[in-house]
Write a protein that binds this ligand. Structure first.
Ligand SMILES: *[C@@H]1O[C@H](CO)[C@@H](O)[C@H](O)[C@H]1NC(C)=O
Ligand SMILES: *[C@@H]1O[C@H](CO)[C@@H](O)[C@H](O)[C@H]1NC(C)=O
Ligand SMILES: *[C@@H]1O[C@H](CO)[C@@H](O)[C@H](O)[C@H]1NC(C)=O
Length: 463
């Protein structure tokens, strides 16, 4: 019997020590922390204490209370028996206790120790690639075992130490997370801002001849123009590389020091950058031509020599007609709709002939039309607007147009006949006039001859 009592007591001690676990939380000043109880039992009373002072409770009727005065004013809340501490202050680092009771008997106890975590980034202002940046993560120690500390970079890759110091690159932009591990993990985040241009579109920009094209280039919204100017920005350049391997041609260059002044270009008068001060460095090309196909490089240069750039691919769809756009019915016509290179397998073309044409969009095949169309003998119905659209999946990327003028053969022959008749008629008139003149001349001459040779006409003599 004595043995049984002893073992029951031992069990009770075990239970109570197991119930009184201590949890360590690493938190930063200003953060909101939620202390979770081991379980929720609405039949029981719940009490929260800070350094021995009661700061919150809930009774078995569901009534709750939290400490409303300083230093906890507006910073404490109870939710499902969890204690929420907002805007953590320097004075809050200490011991929080949770107790769950029925009348005076305590069922569960738990202790929460808040320890201070300090993370910092230096400098806090945005950086240019190549500039030094330092991160530090310090965890307060409570005399026990030190926690394990490491950093995660924005890509989630683990960095070994709590202190980091390196030269920033564009990939370093984003949230860095300090992970502090003791019984459980605590996370603290800082933001490192590395100035760079927004990512260029992955797919090419499709357009067609005669259109207006905007080639995107911008600075991300989380960097202000003032922050950029503080980094001694110098120039914006737009360069054009018609084919890979060729050296870039300067299309447009703008000094970004106050006041904004255009340095070179706009070449050919078709290229403009409208809104650099709004961080929109997009290049607009008016009246796109076939030779605008190629790569465009948007580059920002800073006084310290750093240059940021992005490349955008531009594809121009064009319809060409052989032998030309003005034809006579019966002629052979070749139409070509092309980007200047064979179409990749994920793109297809769709032709839209004029309504009266013998060729119709459906007669050309349901999925994908050929690049080259040959019409052995054009008719007047083939005159008008031909459209060729470029599709990817179910999206029309762009479309090109050409207008053909076709004279009927008949009208051409009629024109020839009318002209010939007119010419013949004119010739006849000319011949007639000439004949008349000749006649008149002859008569005149005849009279003169009479007078000279025979002064007296024999017929008038009556002898
Ligand atoms: C930049 O300006 C162009 C027009 O010039 C506009 O089409 C484009 O949407 C703008 N981009 C941004 C990011 O505001
Ligand atoms: C663009 O920047 C890369 C480095 O980020 C550089 O190697 C390249 O030469 C630059 N291109 C141009 C056209 O300035
Ligand atoms: C049209 O193309 C064919 C070959 O596809 C060629 O033999 C013909 O000469 C071309 N006609 C014209 C008018 O260009």
């Amino acid at each position: 019997m004595k043995n049984v009592i002893q073992s029951v007591l031992l069990l009770a001690v075990l239970v109570s020590t197991k119930g009184a676990q201590e949890l360590t939380y690493y938190v930063q000043v200003g953060e909101t922390v939620t202390l979770k109880p081991p379980g929720v039992d609405s039949q029981k009373y719940v009490y929260w204490y800070f350094n021995g002072i009661e700061i919150a409770w809930r009774n078995n009727m569901g009534t709750t209370w939290t400490y409303k005065d300083s230093p906890w004013k507006d910073r404490l809340a109870l939710s499902d028996d969890s204690l929420i501490i907002k805007n953590l202050q320097q004075e809050d680092f200490g011991i929080f206790k949770y107790e769950c009771k029925v009348q005076s008997e305590t069922y569960v106890k738990k202790t929460y120790k808040l320890l201070k975590l300090t993370v910092s980034v230096n400098p806090t202002a945005p950086l240019l690639p190549g500039e030094n940046v330092a991160l530090s993560c310090n965890a307060e120690t409570d005399g026990h075992k030190k926690p394990e500390i490491h950093w995660l970079n924005p890509q989630g890759v683990k960095m070994r130490t709590g202190q980091l110091n390196w030269r920033a690159t564009s990939q370093d932009n984003g949230h860095w997370t300090c992970v502090v591990k003791k019984e459980q993990e605590s996370l603290a985040k800082v933001y490192v801002t590395v100035i760079d241009l927004s990512p260029a579109p992955l797919s090419p920009q499709y357009t067609s001849t005669s259109r207006l094209l905007t080639i995107p280039c911008s600075l991300p919204s989380y960097i202000s123009w003032e922050q950029i100017k503080a980094k001694d920005i110098q120039e914006l350049h737009w360069q054009f590389i018609p084919e890979p391997g060729l050296s870039p041609q300067e299309l447009f260059s703008l000094s970004l020091e106050d006041p904004l002044t255009s340095k070179a270009g706009p070449i050919r008068g078709r290229h403009t950058v409208k809104d650099p001060k709004n961080k929109n460095l997009s290049l607009t090309i008016n009246q796109v031509r076939e030779e605008d196909r190629g790569n465009y490089v948007c580059a920002l240069r800073f006084k310290n020599g750093v240059s940021l750039n992005r490349t955008v691919h531009v594809k121009v769809l064009q319809i060409t007609s052989s032998p030309g756009t003005e034809l006579i019915s019966g002629q052979q016509l070749n139409l070509t709709c092309s980007l200047g290179h064979p179409l990749p397998p994920d793109l297809r073309l769709k032709w839209f002939p004029p309504e009266q044409s013998v060729l119709s969009s459906s007669s050309l095949g349901s999925d994908g039309h050929p690049t080259h169309l040959t019409i052995p003998e054009v008719g007047t119905g083939d005159g008008g607007k031909w459209r060729c659209a470029l599709w990817q999946n179910n999206t029309e990327l762009t479309s090109a147009e050409i207008t053909l003028k076709i004279e009927s053969k008949l009208s051409v022959w009629m024109l020839v006949v009318i002209c010939s008749v007119a010419v013949i008629f004119l010739l006849l008139i000319l011949v007639f006039i000439l004949y008349q003149r000749r006649q008149r001349k002859m008569r005149h001459l005849g009279r003169r001859l009479c007078q000279c040779k025979n002064p007296k006409s024999k017929g008038f003599y009556r002898t």
